[in-house]
Design a protein around this ligand. Sequence first.
Ligand code: ATP
Ligand code: MG
Length: 377
Amino acid sequence: MIAKSSRPEMYKYSHTTEVFGLEEENKILKECVTQLQEELDRIKQAPLLVCTVKSLIKGRYLVRLPNGNQFLVSKLAGCPEVNPGDAVVADQRNLVIVEKIPIIQENDVEKFLKPIHTINREPIGGLEEQRRELHEVIELPILKPELFKNIGIVPPKGVLLYGPPGTGKTLLARDIASRTKATFFHVVGSELVQKFIGEGAKLVKELFTLAKQKSPAIIFIDEIDAIASTRLDAGTGGEREVQRTFLQLLSEIDGFDPLSTVKVIGCTNRKDVLDPALLRPGRMDRLIEVPIPTIIGRREIIDLHTEGMNTNEVKHEILAGLTDGFTGADIKAACTEAGYMALRENKESITQEHFIEAIGKIKKSREENSIPGEMFG
Ligand SMILES: Nc1ncnc2c1ncn2[C@@H]1O[C@H](COP(=O)(O)OP(=O)(O)OP(=O)(O)O)[C@@H](O)[C@H]1O
Ligand SMILES: [Mg+2]
């Protein structure tokens, strides 16, 4: 028998108050289960606090929060066993341990901050305008800073490359780094918030210090939207942590001289969610769009990706016409696929038909996984 309280999740077994029939009781219990399930899902999804397990005391866990406070808490049913020394994430309201997380290893941080000295340069098809702009705002200030001093203009500290996935943004950043021979730091925004939980702001600071020491340097922040998104509500712990990382990034960008030889290149395919603070004058105020290639661009990309292939009477201009809407990455995938088709047929060279079939296959898989274009705004 069940007593009904004001909040549905508070339905409790009781022999007092209102009494329901079995059917009614069953219905209420089902509701209860659904609500608890939703609550469980919500707890699992909400940003969680990172804590360290200090010890086990009578089936409960003594955890230490980042601010040094310690609490005796319980563990969510279904969460695997945790032991002293483990890093865990806990619900912010009741500190129930939800999940165990990997501990950040010293060499993970080292790897994260490690500059890349040799960059394998890949040829780029199309994107002349973008390359020209990068040459002016990144390459020239690094290679010939005196030009800017003499003429009295201040180059941007950073640029933002934006556009759909697979259009060559990373390619462009690596290309410019190899041309300037600058020390290249490649960090990924989502890693800062997912892998280095609690360490993001500190790592950003270290990154900029290192880049200044090793200048000329380019700091390339891929998926910058992961730390610089306006959709964040700073009210909760996990989001506050991302916010801290973002604020540190802004303060580092503000802190260096635009005439120094440290440059920042950010990359995103979600420009629409970026916090305008990042794009303010004096920060990453130069925006470069990297769009889906036109037919001319596609033709150039096809030329490049078929260069080393053994092809037989393949008309590149026809393939360019057939690949409307393809990104560079799609074209590369279609060329590789055409090669596989020839291999499967034991042919020594790849024919026009192989390419056409491969293009059809990539087109189909693109349609199946299609993402609305406006997301990349
Ligand atoms: N313009 C291009 N010329 C030649 N190859 C290209 C071009 N664009 C993309 N590609 C091919 O696609 C691959 C993926 O491109 P890249 O990683 O630069 O895309 P991206 O824009 O950074 O994508 P994401 O937003 O997913 O990070 C490249 O390694 C390259 O082989
Ligand atoms: Mg990329």
